[in-house]
Design a protein around this ligand. Structure first.
Ligand SMILES: Cc1cc2nc3c(=O)[nH]c(=O)nc-3n(C[C@H](O)[C@H](O)[C@H](O)COP(=O)(O)OP(=O)(O)OC[C@H]3O[C@@H](n4cnc5c(N)ncnc54)[C@H](O)[C@@H]3O)c2cc1C
Length: 450
C-alpha cells in the first residue's frame, strides 16, 4: 500500500508565473517560437493533442508550443506507399485521407484525436499483428525538426542513430515539424473473441504473447473475467464493415466512462455500485467483443475518426515482459483485491492490455529487449486515484514493469533510469548536445533526463 511519504504522482500542481502558449501556424512561426533570441520563457514543452497521462506535455511555468495548427497532409505517394505530414495532423484525419487512397497505417492504433507528432514522440501502441510495428514511430522514414536553438534539422533513414533517437524522444530533442511515414495498402484481418476466467487466461497468456497474432484484451479483475480480441491475417478473412467497429469503440470508450461517472454520483453504496458497474462492463464487452466484429482492418478498427477531445478517464500504463505475463496477471488480480480490502479504492473501467512486439527502432523503445504486454489501468473515480497509482507503480516495480514516460503515473526517477539504463544515458548525452541549456526540460522530465 502507499506509504505516507511525499506523493510523487507525476502531476505537478504548484503554479508560478502563467504559462505562455504559442500555437504556430507555419514553419517560420515554429522556428521563431524556439529561437532563443526571441526569449520565450523557459522551460519550453511541445504539445500535440495533450492526451499523455503525465506532465511530459505540459508546463506549470514557461512556454507550451501547441502543434495542432500545423495540420497539413503534404503528400500521399500511392506508388511508394508513403505519406508526408505536418506534426499537428490528427491520426483520425490521416487515417481517413489514407483510406480514400486505399492505404492504411502499418499497425493498429486507436485514440484518433492524438497528433502524428505526439504519436511519434511518445509510444503509440495498439493491437498490432505479429512483429511488424510495435509503435507508430517505427514507420518514420524522415523527419524535419526544429531544434532547441530554433534551427531546421533534417533527419533521414541514412542517419540511423539520430533517427532512432528522435523516435520516442518526448519532445526533448526538438519539435518534430514534419514526418514521412511508410504506409501500406489496406489489409483485412479476421478477429475472434473469447471470454475466459483469469486463471484460464493465465494458462494461455505466454503462448498467445509469443504467437504471430494481434492480442488485445480487457480484464475485469473483480469479476475474474478476461475478454480476448485476437487478430490474424487470413487468406479469405471476409469483408470488413465500419459500423460494428464504431459501435464497439462507442460502447467501450464513450458509454462505459459516461455511465460510470453518473453511477459514481448517484449510487453511494460502493458494493452495490461496483456490482452494477461490473455487470454493465461484462454485458458491453460480452456483446461487442464476442458477436459484433469478426473481421477488420487498420482503418475500420480505428474508432471514431472525427474525435478531437481526449476521452475523459484517469489512466496509468505499465508494460510487463510477455514471457512472465501468466504470473503477472494473477498477481494483478490479487493486487486489485488487496487494494480494495485495505483502502476501499478500486478502478471502475476494465483494464486494457496489448501485446507490444520487440522493437529496436528507437533508443527509448520500451520493448527494446523483448516483447511486452502493456496494461492500461483506467478509472472515472478521482477520489483515491492518486494513492492508487502510487501503489500500482510499486506493484509494477515488483513485477519488472517497464515504464512509459508519457503514460506511467507515479514513476520513481531511480526506477525509470534503472529500467532504461545505458540507453537512457546515451539518449541524455544526445539531448545535452542538441539542447545544451536544457530549454526543453521541464521539472518532470528533468527527473529522468537531466
Ligand atoms: C483515453 C486514452 C487512452 C489512451 N490509450 C492509449 C493506447 O491505447 N495506446 C497508446 O499508445 N496510447 C494511448 N493513450 C496515450 C496517448 O494517446 C499517447 O501518449 C499519444 O501518443 C500522445 O499523442 P498527443 O498528440 O496527445 O501528444 P501529447 O500528449 O501532447 O504529447 C506526448 C509527448 O510527445 C511530445 N510531442 C508532442 N508533439 C510533438 C512534436 N510535434 N514534436 C516533438 N515532441 C512532441 C510531447 O512533448 C510529449 O512528451 C491514450 C490516451 C487517452 C486519453
Amino acid at each position: 500500500m502507499a506509504s505516507p511519504r511525499f506523493r510523487d504522482t507525476g502531476r505537478f500542481i504548484r503554479r508560478t508565473a502563467p504559462t505562455k502558449i504559442y500555437t504556430p501556424a507555419n514553419l517560420a512561426d515554429l522556428m521563431r517560437c524556439l529561437n532563443p533570441a526571441n526569449n520565450a520563457p523557459v522551460p519550453i514543452r511541445i504539445r500535440g493533442a495533450g492526451t499523455a497521462a503525465t506532465d511530459c506535455n505540459t508546463n506549470s511555468a514557461g512556454t507550451i508550443i501547441d502543434m495542432t495548427r500545423l495540420d497539413r497532409i503534404v503528400h500521399i505517394d500511392t506508388y511508394n506507399h508513403t505519406v508526408k505530414v505536418e506534426a499537428g495532423v490528427r491520426l483520425g484525419t490521416l487515417v481517413g485521407a489514407l483510406a480514400d487512397q486505399g492505404l492504411e497505417l502499418i499497425g493498429n492504433h486507436d485514440q484518433m484525436e492524438r497528433t502524428v507528432g505526439g504519436a511519434i514522440a511518445s509510444p503509440c501502441i495498439g493491437a498490432c499483428i505479429g512483429g511488424q510495428a510495435a509503435y507508430l514511430s517505427t514507420q518514420v522514414m524522415n523527419l524535419k525538426v526544429i531544434t532547441a536553438t530554433g534551427q531546421l534539422m533534417k533527419v533521414s533513414e541514412q542517419q540511423k542513430h539520430l533517427l532512432n533517437a528522435f523516435r520516442l524522444s518526448y519532445g526533448m530533442l526538438g519539435a518534430i515539424y514534419e514526418a514521412t511515414l511508410q504506409v501500406r495498402p489496406i489489409a483485412t484481418f479476421s478477429a475472434s473473441h473469447r471470454s475466459l476466467s483469469i486463471e484460464t487466461f493465465a494458462d494461455v497468456a505466454n503462448r498467445l504473447a509469443s504467437r504471430d497474432i494481434g492480442l488485445k484484451f480487457y480484464v475485469l479483475p473483480h469479476m475474474d473475467r478476461v475478454y480476448l480480441d485476437l487478430r490474424r491475417y487470413e487468406r479469405t478473412p471476409g469483408n470488413s464493415y465500419n459500423a460494428p467497429w464504431k459501435l464497439k469503440d462507442w460502447g467501450e470508450s464513450t458509454v462505459l466512462p459516461h455511465v460510470f461517472k453518473s453511477l459514481n454520483r448517484v449510487l453511494p453504496i460502493p458494493a452495490m455500485k461496483y456490482r452494477l458497474m461490473d455487470s454493465i462492463s461484462a454485458a458491453t464487452h460480452g456483446l461487442v467483443n464476442t458477436r459484433l466484429v469478426r473481421s477488420g482492418n487498420n482503418v475500420t478498427t480505428s474508432g471514431t475518426r472525427g474525435r478531437r477531445k481526449p476521452r475523459n478517464a484517469l489512466r496509468s500504463t505499465w508494460c510487463f515482459p510477455a514471457s512472465d505475463f501468466s504470473v503477472v496477471i494473477k498477481a494483478y488480480r490479487e493486487f486489485c483485491s488487496d487494494t480494495l480490502a485495505q483502502s476501499g479504492y478500486r478502478t471502475d473501467l476494465p483494464v486494457v492490455g496489448f501485446r507490444v512486439a520487440r522493437d529496436v527502432s528507437a533508443i527509448l523503445s520500451p520493448s527494446f529487449d523483448e516483447p511486452l504486454i502493456a496494461l492500461q489501468t483506467a478509472s472515472t473515480q478521482e477520489k483515491g486515484w492518486e494513492d492508487f497509482v502510487i501503489d500500482l507503480a510499486q506493484f509494477a516495480e515488483n513485477w519488472g514493469g517497464t515504464p512509459l514516460f508519457s503514460e506511467s503515473r507515479a514513476l520513481r526517477a531511480e526506477f525509470g533510469k534503472q529500467m532504461y539504463s545505458n540507453r537512457l544515458n546515451f539518449f541524455c548525452r544526445m539531448r545535452r548536445q542538441l539542447d545544451a541549456h536544457g530549454r526543453l526540460l521541464n521539472p518532470f522530465m528533468a527527473q529522468y533526463f537531466e
